[in-house]
Design a protein around this ligand. Structure first.
Ligand SMILES: [Ca+2]
Ligand SMILES: [Ca+2]
Length: 441
């Protein structure tokens, strides 16, 4: 169906959900309707000799088969309607979507009412030629099955009544709006964890600061897919016994209180919106700990990923993490002296002890480094900075600028004093490894 004009707008969010219904709408046959309206206006002028007849209100017809009365419909729907005005004038339209409480599950339990003429929920369509079409996205946020059991096709639904009324150019409103009552459905997003999480029954081994990554997709309900609207995550501390029993872990996840979840993170275009950085999930001196990390997706119908699975890949929306207290935190960065050459060294996170390098008789050195590795704890490589004989590593003025370069210019060594090369490697979650090489004459 050709839409001559269309636009997006968002009415006020429906109660009980962070998801707003939105509508794209347009008119068809606008030119023809305008010509007809102009002709009728001229005819009205010629007739204007006696007492004018009272204006008659228009009538409204819902002309599309979707939504069917009592039907089960995708929560994305295109609705067509038209208007008739006996004393002929331009028409515009208003619509109102009434959403029933989530507990209302059956058509026969619905008592349809006609909304008040001045109900504040009446919203104008953009443009008003008849016939007209709007695209609606409505709530379908209720799973009728127990998520801990068999949820079949995983349909979420919500009952609604859509009302449409025509309004003529004198402001007369159809007092008997066209209406359809229907059950909108969708399927919730599927989100899966990426490395360093591993699909069950394996456990990921991590340092105490790390990043979790995920991806996902949302089925509109008919097999067509779109991005999820948002994702949230939770980290649940487990006892070693719980960590060893997937059934216990799932029990813990199904009973996580709302307050324990992160805020909803908009899906967006940025990869950073699909990552959670976690720092010092345990103090270094407390020994190892076990955790479950889980994610859920939210779609434009308000449906939330209902179940927890640790496998297979692309369904693993939770994983077991074994956080090991003495694993180094931050990037692993190799450094090498390439001029003499004096050697290669690897620094594995944090601020490891300086490495002494025997350099008797060496005039100058050239240092290269990288690439850093970060994948073992889920972050990405970002940049480096370096300096010589730094006295305060917190003083930016003693360092080179942060750079993605992997080499420093040749450096002439002192013949009498210790020369210390400093390198920092920084990842995308701002963990920094500080490497030090002491060149001894
Ligand atoms: Ca009229
Ligand atoms: Ca969906």
């Amino acid at each position: 169906m050709l839409l001559l004009a269309d636009s997006f707008r968002r009415p006020a969010p429906s109660s009980g959900s962070g998801v707003a219904a939105f509508v794209r709408q347009g008119s068809r046959g606008g030119t023809g309707a305008a010509i007809t309206a102009a002709f009728l206006l001229l005819a009205g002028c010629e007739d204007n000799t006696g007492t004018p007849a009272p204006n008659q209100a228009p009538e409204t017809d819902l002309t599309s088969s979707v939504p069917a009365e009592g039907g089960v419909e995708l929560h994305h729907l295109e609705v067509h309607f038209s208007g008739r005005d006996a004393d002929g004038s331009n028409l515009r339209f208003e619509y109102l979507l009434h959403t029933y409480p989530r507990a209302l599950a059956r058509y026969q339990d619905i008592t349809v009412f006609t909304p008040a003429t001045d109900d504040p929920r009446w919203a104008s369509t953009q443009g008003g030629e008849t016939p007209f079409a709007i695209d609606l996205v409505v709530l379908a946020d209720t799973l009728r099955a127990d998520p801990q059991g068999d949820i079949g096709a995983g349909h979420f639904d919500r009952w609604h009544t859509l009302y449409v009324r025509a309004i003529d150019s004198e402001g007369a409103k159809d007092a008997t709006p066209a209406q359809r009552t229907f059950d909108a459905y969708t399927v919730a997003p599927v989100i899966w964890l990426l490395p360093p999480a591993v699909p069950g029954p394996e456990t990921a081994t991590l340092p105490r600061s790390f990043a979790m990554n995920w991806f996902g997709v949302d089925d509109v309900g008919d097999g067509h897919t779109q991005d999820p609207e948002a994702v949230r995550w939770v980290l649940v501390h487990l006892t070693p016994a719980e960590a060893a029993d997937p059934a216990l872990v799932k029990q813990r996840l199904y009973s996580v209180p709302e307050s324990a979840w992160s805020d909803w993170l908009p899906w967006g275009a940025e990869a950073a919106a699909r990552q959670a950085a976690l720092y010092d999930v345990m103090p270094p001196e407390t020994g190892d700990s076990w955790h479950a990390f889980a994610v859920q997706g939210l779609d434009d119908a308000g449906a939330i990923t209902p179940q927890f699975a640790d496998a297979p890949f692309t369904q693993n929306n939770y994983g077991i993490l074994h956080v090991v207290s003495n694993l180094p935190v931050g990037p692993t960065v190799p450094v090498r002296e390439v001029q003499v050459p004096l050697g290669n060294w690897v620094f594995e996170g944090g601020t490891p002890p300086a490495i002494q390098v025997a350099a008797a008789g060496v005039d100058s050195v050239t240092l290269e480094w990288g690439p850093m590795t970060t994948g073992h704890y889920g972050a990405q490589s970002k940049d480096y900075r370096y300096g010589w004989n730094i006295t305060n590593i917190h003083n930016d003025g003693e360092w080179s600028p942060w750079t993605t370069l992997h080499a420093a210019p040749p450096r002439r060594l002192s013949t009498t004093d210790l020369d210390v090369f400093y390198l920092q490697a920084r990842d995308t979650i701002n963990l920094v490894t500080t490497a030090r090489l002491e060149f001894q004459n």
